[in-house]
Unconditional design. Structure first.
Length: 187
């Protein structure tokens, strides 16, 4: 894992490895990201009950786990952390061998459209390719049209796998997306 800031893929946006000091900001981004992106797709009571402080503690525990996933943050000159992405070896046995999985990517709702998401995805795919992964997969809510367009613009597409998870008593359908990785990041 590198400790230096990585090159910006979007003017004014930088991507770097996440540090323990970033956990509170990342938790805020993740919780507000869920509440914004999944409004109308996941029960409101479930989204309203999400806890930033508790999520920050989980981020700290995950970040200090040896051999854990790669955590990246995006920032700008006026905000230290505006987005977060996390990837690692694919957890899905049905995915092709040698696949990485994008576990999460969120941008603070006030920063959507600034290029932070594009920069994070470019860095994650580039690093995963450099780590020897030949493919990256991710799960996206089936009804989340905005996120699906974002991934499709980056070369990801549905591969036919679908599953559901339970959130607040509702079953939420997801589709798996994937794409081949090259030796350099694309965005």
């Amino acid at each position: 894992m590198t400790t230096r800031p990585t090159p910006a893929y979007v003017p004014g946006v930088f991507v770097r490895d996440m540090a323990l000091d970033d956990c509170a900001a990342v938790a805020e981004i993740r919780v507000r990201g869920w509440q914004h992106a999944y409004a109308g797709l996941i029960p409101r009571a479930y989204l309203d009950a999400m806890d930033v402080a508790g999520d920050a503690e989980r981020r700290r525990a995950h970040l200090t786990t040896e051999g854990g996933p790669v955590n990246l943050v995006a920032g700008t000159p006026d905000a230290a952390v505006t987005g977060w992405a996390c990837y690692g070896p694919c957890r899905d046995d049905a995915a092709p061998d040698g696949s990485a999985e994008l576990f999460a990517i969120y941008v603070h709702p006030d920063r959507i459209g600034t290029g932070a998401g594009r920069a994070l995805l470019a860095e994650a795919t580039g690093r995963a390719a450099a780590d020897g992964f030949g493919r990256m997969t991710l799960w996206v809510l089936k009804e989340n049209a905005r996120a699906r367009r974002f991934y499709e613009r980056a070369g990801f597409g549905p591969d036919g796998a679908e599953e559901t998870f339970e959130a607040g008593g509702a079953l939420v359908p997801e589709v798996r997306y994937g794409r081949a990785l090259s030796g350099r990041a694309v965005g």
